[in-house]
Design a protein around this ligand. Structure first.
Ligand code: ADP
Length: 256
């Protein structure tokens, strides 16, 4: 696979739902190693943009490229295997499973179904299990989840559950991490934790990050650059403080 170029390049993306034009020609480059924010009022098209980039919705028009490779029209699974992991705004954890097992689920895209078809499948399975557990244990340490690793995930506090979800995304060892409102519903201390993990992960795990965020304070704290959307169209792009001070952006936020 090509490794040059931006981590994510979206060119003239258009997408409609019935009569609603959710994206009216959106273009941006997310450079490798960058933390890039997708910002805008509710209904401005942020989630749709991410769903197009991750293969959940094909665009009606436009191209998506990942590290220089055109992935337009690829399935979500294939895109995930090419190094894209995502967290969801509403937690998508498996109740009844431990924190550790929830994070281990993030490894599934790296497991080889063919291993099950061989006579020695169990050797491969055990060896893989050990390798997967090593990755997961390392991420548990990184995310400071050691003390709750064996707890059923539903009994740990919400802020910790968010951390588990982020850990599960990291367990896929993505090149591009997409976070959908990672700070939603969190208190100040939890927000600062998540911000710190994202900033550290970029450096230590060689990540590029796309953050969907409604709140300006979060974006200003962690993003290198932002794209502001309004009603499916780009309003401004650049450093967070500069983009947020753009009169069109101020008007869009006041007008909601
Ligand atoms: P945001 O994430 O910025 O809040 P969305 O991308 O969720 O915005 O929504 C943009 C527009 O597209 C909204 O008008 C929304 O109602 C519409 N939309 C998004 N997804 C769908 C869908 N699956 N079916 C119909 N309309 C949708």
């Amino acid at each position: 696979a090509a490794v040059g170029g931006p981590a994510l390049r979206c060119t003239d993306i258009q997408r409609s739902f019935g009569g609603v034009q959710a994206l009216k020609g959106v273009s941006f480059d997310l450079q490798q190693g960058e933390i890039f924010g997708l910002v805008g009022p509710n209904g401005s098209g942020k989630t749709t943009m991410v769903n197009v980039a991750t293969g959940f919705y094909p665009p009606n028009q436009g191209r998506v490229a990942l590290f220089g490779e055109d992935i337009t029209g690829w399935s979500p699974h294939r895109i995930a295997r090419h190094g894209v992991a995502r967290t969801f705004q509403n937690l998508a954890l498996f109740k009844g499973m431990s924190v550790l097992d929830n994070i281990l689920v993030g490894r599934h895209i790296h497991m080889r179904p063919s291993a099950l078809a061989t006579l020695f499948y169990w050797v491969a399975a055990v060896r893989e299990e050990v390798a997967h557990r090593r990755v997961v244990e390392e991420i548990i340490d990184f995310m400071q989840l050691q003390d709750i690793r064996y707890e059923p995930v539903e009994i740990v506090p919400l802020g910790m559950q968010k951390r588990v979800e982020l850990a599960r995304a990291l367990a896929a060892e993505p090149r591009l991490l997409i976070l959908d409102e990672p700070m939603a519903g969190m208190n100040q201390e939890e927000k600062e934790y998540i911000a710190r993990f994202v900033l550290d992960a970029r450096v230590e795990r060689d990540l590029s990050v796309l953050v969907i965020e409604h709140h300006m304070d979060v974006v200003t704290a962690i993003c290198d650059r932002v794209l502001v959307l309004s009603e499916g169209a780009p309003l401004a792009q650049g450093k967070p403080r500069e983009a947020m001070a753009d009169p069109a952006v101020v008007a869009a936020y006041l007008g909601q």
